[in-house]
Design a protein around this ligand. Sequence first.
Ligand SMILES: [Fe+2]
Ligand SMILES: [Fe+2]
Length: 246
Amino acid sequence: MSQTANSSSVTFSGPAGLPADYRELLVRMLSIQSRIESEYMLAPERTLNRPLGLAPTPEDKAEYAAFWSDEVRHASYWMRLLAELGVKVDDAFMATPMPIYIFEMRDQARDWIEYGLFSFFADRQGAYMGYEWLGCSYEPLARIADRVYKEELGHAAFGYRLMRRYLQREGESGRALLIQNLKKWYPAGLDMFGKSGSKRQLDYLRWGLRRRTNEQMRDQFEAEVNNLLTKLEIEAPDPSAGRRYL
Ligand SMILES: [Fe+2]
Ligand SMILES: [Fe+2]
């Protein structure tokens, strides 16, 4: 990706002395990330045991377990950053609604291919967020961003590999099932970036906590995803069909 560096010249070395509105935005952003990723650490029956049960080959199981282990560590990063800001990831925190609906779809997966689609879309969006945080204004977050970014890229690649293997193994019926599932996963993937007109994204940009708008991120994401689907000889769905956030 080629983007200019974060526009904000202000940086903060830690939680002490943060401006109130900056602190609020930071806590909001980290809370979304933590709410999503803490499920790996705190709900292994859904995020590890169930997918391992559905994974059809030893290779799929081993790759999934490695992916899960990265995510448990990511959860520990967000918990630590939030703890430093006085926010505890406890039962009450985890009882708040899931902020991005694609993560609920993962737990409703009926077929292994859906875990592939999940990583193909959701972990790719994780990589896009990790990229936003490279050199961001909150130094404790910037310090872990490179590792998170690279690992999320790896997870997105795992999703693609899983889909490719599935197509090779399952033949035409597998291809039909993938295309059918894509109808719900594709709009959920594009919806992960939120509404194009949201006001808060501009606050994140102004404070150097992100560098691209929702729409810029979504457009790049759509182009990248479509390109990969073409490689699998699958036609990209209509990007406006089935969407909840435009
Ligand atoms: Fe992660
Ligand atoms: Fe991931």
